[in-house]
Design a protein around this ligand. Structure first.
Ligand code: SF4
Length: 105
């Protein structure tokens, strides 16, 4: 299977949820299989519209997004979201976790 995205994980990122041994079976159902991977890694300032359109109808969008979040993927479009959009989710989740911890402390 052709890789969907080049791994760009930050070594300091959280432990991957997905087993690197190959349990990412969701990738078999990806809409982007066979699509030019460059589309998902546009140059800075270039449009992400085409990639996001491919993601729009993807049945494994959620799995893809969670994979990217769990593995600290910093570049490219994953789960239909850009780096900036994923950063927002990570921040929001971190804030929610902190709020939850302060309530239980
Ligand atoms: S959500 Fe987009 S990048 Fe992720 S598997 Fe589906 S088509 Fe590919």
């Amino acid at each position: 299977m052709e890789p969907l995205h080049e791994p760009t994980a930050d070594p300091a990122a959280e432990e991957p949820v997905v087993d690197p041994g190959g349990s990412e079976s969701w990738q078999l159902y990806a809409n982007c299989l066979g699509v030019d991977p460059d589309l998902f890694f546009p140059e800075r300032g270039a449009s992400t519209r085409e990639a996001k359109q491919v993601c729009q109808g993807c049945v494994v969008r959620e799995e893809c997004l969670e994979y990217a979040l769990a593995n600290g993927e910093k570049f490219g479009i994953w789960g239909g979201l850009s780096e900036r959009e994923r950063r927002r989710i990570r921040r929001a989740r971190a804030l929610a976790r902190a709020a939850q911890q302060s309530q239980t402390a």
